[in-house]
Design a protein around this ligand. Structure first.
Ligand SMILES: [Zn+2]
Length: 134
């Protein structure tokens, strides 16, 4: 069984090594939908696997609040890793962080995927097996 939680955040980015208008700083309201696998046999007495409000708190550690999001995207990708902060690279960072966070919840959650919408019609999706985790 899978459970998902959607988190929205506003942030600017600009693509590196790109010869188009997206090389200029611009913003999006990003939507990240995190999906975790849960054991159908380990539902609690209320019949739930993980409280959505707890999941929200966990995911807010992955996606910083709106005020920090710009700094986070630009410093994490562009400055730290020299990577272009494309939707693909942002989704990979979110996936790696979600894997780490899921491990801290004591095995109740296993990261399955993150789907990151840059706009209503454009998204990338990263699955566990896409992440080179080392
Ligand atoms: Zn963009």
């Amino acid at each position: 069984m899978r459970v998902s939680k959607e988190i929205d955040f506003g942030a600017a980015h600009k693509l590196l090594n790109y010869a188009g208008k997206c090389s200029n700083l611009h913003g999006h309201t990003w939507t990240a939908i995190f999906t975790f696998e849960v054991d159908v046999n380990s539902l609690d007495q209320s019949g739930i696997s993980v409280d959505f409000s707890q999941l929200k708190k966990i995911l807010e550690e992955i996606v910083p609040d709106h005020a920090d999001a710009n700094m986070w995207i630009l410093s994490h990708l562009a400055s730290c890793y020299g990577e272009s902060p494309s939707a693909e690279n942002i989704a990979l960072v979110l996936a790696r962080r979600a894997i780490d966070i899921a491990l801290t919840v004591g095995g109740a959650l296993a990261f399955y995927s993150v789907r990151l919408y840059e706009s209503k019609t454009s998204f990338v999706e990263v699955f566990f097996e896409d992440v080179k985790y080392n």
